[in-house]
Design a protein around this ligand. Structure first.
Ligand code: PEP
Ligand code: MG
Length: 327
């Protein structure tokens, strides 16, 4: 199998009926960027910038961040990188920032990610400037985690725009183009897409957090891991509504949670209209093989049937369907 996947590295990720399904990778360390070449992915769809903060003994200063982001862009070459701004707090504590590491009853729902970054503006400003400087002369894609209401996106973008003005006033070289996106992992945001979508350049669904919030089930609790399946009609219908809204507003949509790296789940996602998946590098071969053996029309019909009257175990149904279709 490994050899078969390696042979697929340089062939396009398209379905049998010619629908392109872009495969990108999730990364967080400098060397992860090298996996783009090895896996044959189209770019980095989620670069978790907090890794650098989590593995460091001291707060990474702006200069150090800037060097790091530049190295990532260098390693990615002409392929796009989507940098997600810092997602710490809650259970991802930073020992060197004691004042933000207080114990919380429900850390996943606590003071974390963009909430924390907007309150601790120094952290966000330094990161914004480091990213803008690192991408001088190149494209910069920035994505904000845990956006729960549209104004949070505006506020986060404003931090970047202020740094951009600062650099412009000092005649520094700027990125050639900047695109701003939001993660959808808090269900409330899905109710506000009519307001959010006109202002963003792209949207990315974080299915890890989204699932735990939709089902009110801790993603880290092994006793619940088996109970709430990614292939449940609630999740698939929920994502389907987001797909439709993004199609209407012509906004690029990606799924960047672990769900997209599993074969059956990825097949279901393509069936409800997803055309971009950001996944763990090790899964690129298997997902591309699935995509190339899939008929996008046929899986769309099958998903429509399943989701209009869900019954039985969807995982079993999709497994049988895949076998019958030679997927
Ligand atoms: C997610 O929540 O699905 C996601 C991609 O982000 P993280 O796993 O880093 O929380
Ligand atoms: Mg998340």
């Amino acid at each position: 199998k490994k050899a078969r996947y390696a042979a697929l590295r340089d062939v396009p990720s398209v379905t049998k009926d010619g629908q392109k399904v872009a495969l990108l990778i999730n990364a967080g360390l400098r060397d992860d960027a090298l996996a783009i070449g090895l896996s044959g992915a189209e770019g980095i769809g989620l670069f978790r910038t907090e890794f650098q903060f989590l593995i460091s003994a001291t707060l990474p200063q702006r200069e150090r961040q800037q060097r790091f982001y530049r190295e990532v862009l260098d390693a990615a070459g002409d392929k796009p990188v989507i940098f997600r701004t810092i997602d710490v707090g809650g259970d991802k504590a930073l020992p060197y920032l004691k004042h933000i590491s207080e114990e919380e009853e429900n850390p996943a729902m606590g003071w974390r990610a963009l909430r924390l970054a907007l309150d601790q503006e120094g952290l966000m400003k330094a990161q914004a400037r480091a990213l803008l400087e690192a991408a001088a002369g190149r494209n910069l894609n920035v994505m904000f985690p845990m956006v729960s209401e549209p104004w949070e996106f505006d506020a986060a973008k404003q931090v970047f725009e202020a740094q951009l003005e600062y650099l412009t006033a000092r005649k520094k070289q700027l990125p050639s183009r900047i695109r701003y996106g939001a993660m959808l992992e808090v269900p409330a945001l899905a109710e506000m897409l009519d307001l959010l979508l006109p202002k963003i350049d792209f949207l990315s669904i974080g299915t890890n957090d989204l699932t735990q919030f939709l089902f009110a089930a801790d993603r880290a609790d092994p006793r619940l891991a088996e109970r709430y399946d990614w292939l449940s009609p609630a999740i698939l219908r929920f994502i389907r509504r987001i797909v439709i809204a993004c199609e209407e507003h012509k906004v690029d949509l990606t799924v960047c949670g672990e769900m997209g790296g599993r074969t059956l789940e990825a097949m279901a996602l393509v069936g409800i209209g997803l055309r971009r998946l950001s996944i763990t590098p090790a899964a690129v071969g298997a997902i591309k093989a699935m995509v190339r053996s899939l008929d996008s029309e046929a899986i769309a019909v099958e998903m429509e049937t399943i989701l209009s009257s869900p019954s039985g175990n969807i995982r079993d149904r999709l497994n049988q369907w895949a076998t019958s279709q030679g997927v």
